[in-house]
Write a protein that binds this ligand. Structure first.
Ligand code: ADE
Ligand code: ZN
Length: 325
């Protein structure tokens, strides 16, 4: 089914894990190519497993399926497939997360990951009309030492990486653990974002702001629970990269109709809408715009605001941002 024009409004995608775009068909293709047997009979059986109880149950499957990503060609194919889908969904600019520790733990080097992704990204503007940036995420359920080693391994590739992020299991893994690695990343000129307030309470968002010095909060879903936090986010115009379909699939909220997006916009927060892990959560970012339009009765003006916010909150420089708007 083709997407309504409204959902194809030009936009930037700012919260997208490239590994979360691994569709079952590509997973099986790469498994065959690499001689890997997946613990699922076929794509349908794999899709049937996409019934998640929470973030951790998703992460277990997500990290497991990454086993099929081995060569530069695999990472190139993954990114190319995403960029083609993104273009169809109105994406003009994508800031793409990747999880190097999840690959390096399997013996796949930082170079393989970055070089493979870079091949697809380098021709994305010409091929798909989508400009791109890459954000290296540290896994917060791994140690601070491992994060620092990962930053070290990324040093030869910093011309390809705009910033650092923090993802994986949130509760029990506070941002403060990663203070030093964020300081080191900042000293290297990298931009800073972090997942916070997805399942964790507002204290996780405070730490991301005050200890890591993030410029953007990934999710921030639970921010409304703390009026002082809302005031701070509004005052400093810190954008939130919300992912409504993810929040439903990972059971942070029961149904999309309960999503606080409209309340957050009304509170003056700089909200953006993104897809997170679209191969797993039932939709890419245009589908997400469509879904919130229907479920939350978001009118065209609000959708335009979300699209405008996505460029303003991006790491595009002023002139590129203006061109896009
Ligand atoms: N890694 C991939 N998707 C994620 C999410 N929604 N939260 C935390 N880590 C993730
Ligand atoms: Zn995410």
């Amino acid at each position: 089914m083709s997407l309504a024009p409204l959902a194809r409004i030009p936009k930037a995608e700012l919260h997208l894990h490239i590994e979360g775009t691994l569709e079952p068909e590509l997973a099986f293709e790469l498994a065959a190519r690499n001689g890997i047997t997946l613990p699922y009979a076929d794509t349908e059986a794999l899709r049937t497993a996409y019934l998640f109880a929470d973030l951790q149950s998703f992460l277990d499957l997500y990290y497991g399926l990454m086993a099929v990503l081995i060569t530069e060609d695999d990472f190139e194919a993954l990114a190319d497939a995403y960029l083609a889908r993104a273009a169809e969904q109105g994406v003009r600019h994508a800031e793409i997360f990747f999880d190097p520790q999840a690959h390096m733990a399997r013996g796949v080097s930082m170079g393989t990951v970055v070089e493979g992704l870079s091949r697809a990204l380098a021709r994305s503007e010409e091929r798909h009309g989508v400009t791109t940036k890459l954000i290296l995420c540290f896994l917060r359920d791994q140690s601070a030492e491992s994060a620092m080693e990962t930053l070290e391994a990324a040093k030869p590739y910093l011309d390809r990486i705009v910033g650092v992020g923090l993802d994986s299991a949130e509760v029990g893994n506070p941002a403060s653990t990663f203070r030093e690695v964020y300081e080191a990343a900042g000293a290297l000129g990298l931009r800073k974002v972090a997942h916070a307030g997805e399942e964790g309470d507002p204290s996780y968002v405070w730490e991301a702001l005050d200890i890591l010095g993030v410029e953007r909060v990934d999710h921030g879903l639970r921010s409304l629970e703390d009026p002082e936090l809302v005031a701070r986010l509004v005052r400093d115009r810190i954008p939130l990269t919300l992912c409504p379909l993810s929040n439903v699939r990972l059971r942070a909220i029961d149904v999309l109709e309960d999503h606080p997006l409209v309340k957050m916009m009304d509170a003056g927060l700089v909200c953006t809408v993104n897809s997170d892990d679209p191969a797993y959560f039932g939709g890419y970012v245009g589908d997400t715009f469509h879904a919130v339009h229907e479920a939350l009765a978001l009118d065209h003006e609000r959708l335009r605001t979300l699209a405008r916010n996505s460029f303003v909150a991006s790491f595009l420089d002023g002139s590129a941002e203006e061109e896009a708007l």
